[in-house]
Design a protein around this ligand. Structure first.
Ligand code: ATP
Length: 244
């Protein structure tokens, strides 16, 4: 199987000395969900932003067999690499519909309308409020709008940064269920950053554990089916990281 995303030897620096990501390599196959798990500050967001071209990184990023390492973020979006930021970052003063239009700004009008309808069908909670200002949405609805805005760009790889942040468990479940449905329909690949292992296990195929900017372990979801194996992975990779 050809990889959709192939990241090799990625390092990210903030300033001359602060290294946030150290020589990280991994792949994501077509339609696959790959999760990055790790404590606060482990480097998860930095990896996602470097893959999206939003911050500079050393190393190589190949997408669909082509080296995109030197491409600016907007060209990566056109190829289908779309980042949905942590904290949602929707435009509060604009309506729900206008926010969606922003996500598909480079898409021709008729296709943009088709995608808007698709997103509103997928998230009926925000369809009812399509012409209201986005700041009036609840936290969960804002998260749906942020994911919907990402979908407007026609992603082949969605980079989802902590979609469960600040959401009630019921809403998290709903968001993850919708993501599962989107995947089943569109063969969309997802790179997911999460701190919540249980939620991540609901949809992911592969998990990479990060600590101090480096990948310190890898498991397939199949490896973590029983709770003893999950606990072992938490103790080995997350517990120690959280305690550090
Ligand atoms: P969290 O779960 O808290 O979002 P994370 O795993 O996503 O954490 P990053 O946000 O990638 O981690 O941060 C990795 C390291 O880089 C941390 O030590 C952080 O302090 C540092 N860092 C992140 N952004 C910047 C920045 N803009 N300037 C300087 N250092 C930064």
């Amino acid at each position: 199987m050809t990889d959709l995303l192939n990241v090799s030897g990625l390092s990210v620096f903030y300033g001359a000395k602060a290294q946030a990501v150290e020589n990280v390599s991994f792949t994501v196959g077509p339609g696959q969900v790959t999760a990055l798990l790790g404590a606060n500050g482990a480097g998860k967001t930095s990896i996602m932003k470097a893959v999206a071209g939003l911050i500079p990184g050393r190393g190589r990023v190949h997408f669909d067999g082509q080296d995109i390492s030197a491409l600016p973020a907007r060209d990566r979006v056109r190829r289908g690499v779309v980042y949905v930021p942590e904290g949602r970052e929707i435009v509060g003063d604009m309506t729900v519909r206008e926010n969606l239009t922003l996500g598909g700004y480079h898409v021709p009008g008729r296709e943009r309308k088709r995608r808007t309808d698709m997103v509103l069908e997928l998230f009926p909670e925000i369809a009812d409020k399509a012409d209201r200002s986005a700041w009036r949405l609840s936290g969960g609805e804002q998260q749906m709008l942020a994911i919907g805005r990402g979908l407007m760009a026609g992603p082949r790889l969605l980079l989802l940064d902590e979609p469960s942040l600040g959401l009630a468990p019921m809403l998290v479940r709903r968001v993850f269920d919708r993501l599962g449905a989107i995947r089943a329909e569109t063969n969309l690949a997802i790179m997911l950053v999460e701190q919540n292992l249980a939620m991540t296990m609901r949809i992911c195929d592969e998990l990479h554990f990060l600590r101090g900017g480096a990948i310190v372990g890898h498991r397939s979801a199949a490896d973590l089916q029983d709770s003893a194996a999950r606990q072992e992975a938490i103790d080995a990779y997350l517990g120690a990281a959280s305690a550090a």
